[in-house]
Design a protein around this ligand. Sequence first.
Ligand SMILES: [Zn+2]
Length: 279
Amino acid sequence: MNVVDVEGRKAIMRDCPLCEEAAAESPHCKYSEKPWTMRSCKGCGFVFLEVAPIYEELEEDYAWEKTSVDREAKRRKKHPLLYKLSKSTRWRLHLFKRKKIDDIAGNYVTQGNVIDIGCGKGGQLEALSDSYTPFGIEISKSEASYGKEFAKKRGGRIEVNPALDGLKNFEENFASAIFMRSFLEHEARPKEVLQEVFRVLKKDGVAIIKVPNYACYNRTILGVKWSGFRFPDHLNYFTPQTLRKMCIDCNLSIIRFGLKDRFPLSDNMWLVVGKGECK
Ligand SMILES: [Zn+2]
């Protein structure tokens, strides 16, 4: 791992997380915000932050719960009209948005072990019905402390770890469902995580992924003011094509990724993958 110093903080240099093309070969993306260089991969088109803060830095300084609140507040203050526009043009008919995630999971699995990666305070796990056993992985110690007692009471646990280390503590074919909601865009090694997800999922298990959609209309219209840009905690900027490709490269099969799940009027997209054959 190539560790560099960025304004007194430790960070790693990354090549394209999707196709491994050398970052230096790819052009800078116009949305780069110093010192955080974004690249648009010459080989596969994936857009990513070249320099990623290391996990310890993420835990201490860039924990998403802090930066997202800061950035949201700044945007609201600086561009009240754009902020309103961005909010109001979000797709209201999005099916997943209105449902709790346990309803979504319930369409595919009705019981068993559920792992929420980047579980925060564990609210998502607490919303699950009693037929699931809740497990969480959370890098932020302070966030993780909230859900620990609840998870234990229900036979599960919260791992205070980066996603990759946390997943490695679960055995093969363990989980009926794995949630990655607003997580994969923060992960320095998304492919390794998806490979672990494949290993940990049961044969008929599903992983439910929600990430910002870089190909959405709001990004095109609002440019760098789009709510999906968060430096440096958003490291990966997926489009429907690159998200699909990364999952398939990790042997995961696409179960659900219809137009409604990746509609460009929404800032986010949802994908359900599993271990069976591609559909
Ligand atoms: Zn690439």
